[in-house]
Design a binder for this molecule. Structure first.
Ligand SMILES: C[S@@+](CC[C@H](N)C(=O)[O-])C[C@H]1O[C@@H](n2cnc3c(N)ncnc32)[C@H](O)[C@@H]1O
Length: 282
């Protein structure tokens, strides 16, 4: 495992399922993350999560990662999990679902030109309901599911569908380890001053950062301001281009990022260095 530290952000290269074992128990105040969505993109690594042969295996892998997250989380800590959905497809290489060519990556991650297996309990073109499958499995594994936030995308990915509305939302789940957890309801308010609602109209960020699936800075910022105090440590076990780390820097928090693909960590390193320099001079 390669470890690099940039100011208050530590970047670990490796598989979250093993790397998280090297972190101290109860050392993290909150986890803000977005794992690969099942069957959507190729992150170019044999151990990537998201390329499993079935929805069940994907859910099991995520539950295993978050079990380790629970160990490293402080008892009053929280997890903010952004996860997207997809469709079951029978054959073909359409523009959505397990066989799709999507986004910036040209490779298919699952070349299953076959029938959706009976064991999945799904039919061709069924919405997978993946975010809720993950949420229910996490609940069953001991997490307290406290909120489902709907991220409404200001600019949705175009879809050529004519038989259903275009998808323009994703879920962000808030999980707690225990009933009494740290949550600063003053950290982010509605413009009117009211308590923050569970629908957030956000992003994408103006400047692409070279990662095909970065989430908006504002999404990470809201989670971090609601769930941590200055000086606390934030974890992202699927670090990507380091959005969580950059926002932690901005907000005077520490961060630990874990990412499997070393190329994305190089991207994150450069981004965090630039961000640090910018912060120093503004
Ligand atoms: C949706 S992206 C995260 C993007 C990130 N939120 C950002 O803003 O840049 C998911 C990331 O998880 C990484 N990944 C996939 N499997 C992993 C694993 N087993 N351990 C750690 N990282 C993994 C992928 O390489 C990818 O960069």
């Amino acid at each position: 495992m390669k470890k690099q530290t940039l100011g208050a952000v530590t970047i670990l290269t490796g598989d979250s399922r093993t790397v998280l074992g090297s972190l101290d128990a109860e050392s993290i105040q909150c986890c803000v993350t977005s794992p690969p969505y099942w069957g959507l993109r190729d992150y170019d690594h044999p151990h990537q999560i998201g390329a499993e042969a079935s929805p069940e295996q994907y859910v099991e892998n995520l539950v295993a990662v978050f079990r380790e997250v629970r160990r490293v989380l402080r008892n009053d800590g929280t997890v903010w999990l952004n996860v997207g959905d997809g469709y079951a497809r029978n054959g073909g290489v359409g523009s959505c679902g397990p066989n799709a060519k999507v986004g910036n990556t040209k490779k298919l991650i699952q070349k299953r030109n076959c029938k959706v297996p009976e064991v999945w309990g799904l039919k061709d073109r069924d919405l997978l309901g993946m975010p809720w499958r993950v949420a229910f499995a996490m609940q069953a594994d001991g997490w307290i599911l406290r909120s489902r936030i709907v991220w409404i995308k200001k600019t949705a990915m175009p879809e050529s569908v004519k038989n259903r509305p275009t998808n323009a939302t994703e879920e962000v789940f808030l999980f707690a380890k225990q009933p009494n957890y740290y949550y600063d309801c003053q950290g982010v308010r509605e413009d009117s001053g009211a308590n923050l609602r569970n629908y957030w109209r956000l992003g994408p960020d103006a400047s692409g950062n070279g990662h095909p699936a970065a989430f908006p800075r504002e999404l990470a910022k809201r989670c971090i301001l609601l769930a941590t105090r200055p000086g606390d440590t934030v974890l992202d076990p699927f670090g990507g281009s380091g959005t969580t780390g950059a926002v932690a820097q901005d907000e005077d928090r520490k961060a630990v990022l874990v990412e499997l693909n070393a190329a994305y960590n190089d991207l994150a390193k450069k981004r965090l260095k630039d961000n640090q320099t910018k912060l120093k001079f503004t």
